[in-house]
Design a protein around this ligand. Sequence first.
Ligand code: NAD
Length: 472
Amino acid sequence: MRTQLYIDGQWVDGSGTLDVIDPSDGSVIAKVATSSDEQNLAAVDAADRAAASWAKTAPRIRSEILRKAFEMMIAEADYLAELISKENGKALPDAKAEVNYAAEFFRWFAEETVRISGDFRMAPSGDKRILVTHQPIGVSLLITPWNFPAGMATRKIGPAVAAGCTMILKPAGETPLTALAIVDILERCGLPKGVLNVILPAQTGPAISKVLHDSRVKNLSFTGSTFVGKILLKEAADQVIRCSMELGGNAPFVVLDDANIEEAVKGLMMAKMRNGGAACTAANRIYVARSIGDKFIAEFSKAMAALKMGVGREAGTQLGASVSIKERNKIAELVDASKAGGAKVHLGGTTPDGAGAFYPATVLEVSKDDKILANEVFGPVAPVVLFDTDEEALAMANDTEFGLISYVYSEDLKRAIRFAEGIEAGMVGINRGLLSDPAAPFGGVKQSGLGREGGFDGVHEFLQTKYIGVEI
Ligand code: NAD
């Protein structure tokens, strides 16, 4: 297990350590090195020194490093999944799915590395030529959250390698072990020294602010909360650093009156319960047509009640622990406030005793003004609101500052598409509860972010466009 920092191709101790906790019992799994300001600067130095030769490295070579890393991640999937489950708390099936998803970013971007195209054309005047090329933007700071410690790292490292950018990765303090294990794989696949460096400052805010004020850093790719995203956008303004922001979500899941209830329940189980509800894509506001409300809530509550909660890596567990007691308590506070405000509890809603950061699968029926709907509940809690008309459902779905993802269920495709077109979100699932796909553009509108990861767009977050005008 890697627990040191990785700077300029060397595994090094830090200025201190932080404890990585197993949230299912509170035990310390490992002590991971924290980086000093000097080490953060050394990481920028290394990334900057490596930048020119890495940008010139043949796309085929960069592509093959990613391809090998994909294969190695798949070969080591069981180990990686256990590690994720241990430090994050999630159930092993979720962790295994994450390893596959994460590895697929390496495969997808291995394929993209050799397909970055430009453009050469005649200017409308006829006497000039327009040559458009895309160059690596340069040293990129990658900051990732704890909920998908592998997927959010590879979704950034993959396109950065494809584009030819060097990197400084700052994983979440709760889950650094997975990121370090992935970096170890990339090192074994031949990633040259300095191309990817890992830092982990003990005081994140001030340390990252210094990195962002270093004029050699050209790009920031951040995944995390909207709250921290806004702070970083302000920090990045000083050097006018290019920003790609994958921020919070508060997804509506809308079940129209002609939906196939069985399919919608299955879809909601995915949209709500993948990762124990700790996903930016998680359905957090479930709007169900009143005419089918009782039946839907009954079937959904039955499916939720059947989930086995327990230690993530133990056989049979479907709902693991939250990442920390602090995160679990946030979930509990939102549910308690909702209950106090008159929510009807169909399932769960009570914090279990014991040392682990567990919270049970919970189904609430709430009014459309319940505060729980205004918050991103990062856990297994499903607040359901009943509605009477499609227009009312659309207005409620859009009544949020977030716009990452939405889901709509209807057997009438025309009606569903009209609904999807009216939804303010970067992604909409029609009769689907899981949309994440390395080959598709992932990202949000409104305060859910800027830019797209994955798909054909992902690599362009690490490229800048250069126009070369030619007189003929
Ligand atoms: P967070 O914003 O608290 O932390 C994210 C990362 O930012 C961590 O590495 C953290 O250490 C770092 N950070 C915290 N304060 C910082 C500061 N002042 N300066 C620089 N870095 C700082 O988010 P989290 O709790 O780790 O993750 C959950 C959030 O992430 C949710 O809001 C979720 O919706 C969002 N998320 C979004 C996506 C997406 O693709 N849109 C994907 C996953 C998670």
